[in-house]
Design a protein around this ligand. Structure first.
Ligand SMILES: Nc1ncnc2c1ncn2[C@@H]1O[C@H](COP(=O)(O)OP(=O)(O)O)[C@@H](O)[C@H]1O
Ligand SMILES: [Mg+2]
Length: 218
């Protein structure tokens, strides 16, 4: 990893030589520089990377291979301290894939903190739900989402961020794809179904709950 990565760190007090070296080493094993992303792209025959999202800890890039097939790269960005991002995202996404949940994991470069996965060509749930959808479409969507959550509960994987703004649920062809497994856990008590049911049907003063009950007519 290039030394310039270390320069992203906030003003580091450099009282002693050893303290400074430690800090630099810590930061050198973390964030991904643009140079490293370029190396990853060229090593994997990928091109045309463009940033499609900037989150708290990661940037999401869309890229394509020589045959024009699209993929997503989740890359730890410069200001983040979540240095275990790629390790965690990989462990939990791969586990979710075993039960048919989440985008297909494709590759991980843990030294550069990059996770490559299937591109989900869809829209966030938070947008989709306020669009033009029929009662049947919504019912099918909800059945599939709850079923995926039930399977996650069954294997003991708690996603941890299923509710909130509904950004970790993408909708492709009317069906849900759960993304962002970085903060999932195998040791927390699982509550995927419970969280989703409250997000969809019970949360007070929620626009999502109102919209769903309007569409379902209940
Ligand atoms: N596999 C994917 N396919 C399509 N879009 C994705 C994919 N993964 C992430 N995104 C987009 O990037 C955003 C941020 O990704 P996410 O994994 O949730 O990162 P963060 O930890 O920053 O929330 C998502 O809300 C979604 O819009
Ligand atoms: Mg997210």
């Amino acid at each position: 990893m290039p030394l310039r990565t270390a320069l992203y760190m906030p003003q580091a007090p450099a009282r002693t030589g050893r303290f400074r070296v430690n800090l630099i080493l810590t930061f050198r094993s973390g964030v991904t520089s643009m140079g490293e992303l370029e190396e990853f792209l060229s090593e994997n025959g990928l091109s045309g990377a463009k940033k499609i999202s900037k989150g708290w800890s990661s940037d999401i890039f869309l890229a394509q291979d020589a045959k024009g097939r699209k993929c997503v790269l989740k890359v730890l960005h410069a200001k983040s301290n979540r240095r275990h991002m790629s390790q965690k995202e990989t462990e939990f996404l791969r586990l979710a894939n075993t039960i048919g949940v989440g985008p297909h994991w494709l590759k991980t470069d843990s030294s550069r903190n990059i996770v490559m996965m299937e591109f989900i060509d869809g829209v966030p749930f938070s947008e989709w739900i306020f669009g033009k959808i029929s009662k049947t479409e919504l019912k099918n969507f909800i059945d599939s989402l709850i079923e995926q959550a039930r399977k996650l509960d069954e294997i003991g994987l708690d996603h941890g961020q299923l509710a909130g703004k509904g950004k970790n649920i993408l909708v492709r062809g009317g069906m849900p794809v759960i993304i962002d497994f970085e903060k999932a856990s195998r040791s927390r008590k699982v509550h995927n179904v419970k969280v989703l049911e409250s997000f969809l049907f019970r949360s007070k003063d929620s626009g999502v709950v109102k919209r769903i009950s309007e569409l379902l007519g209940c």
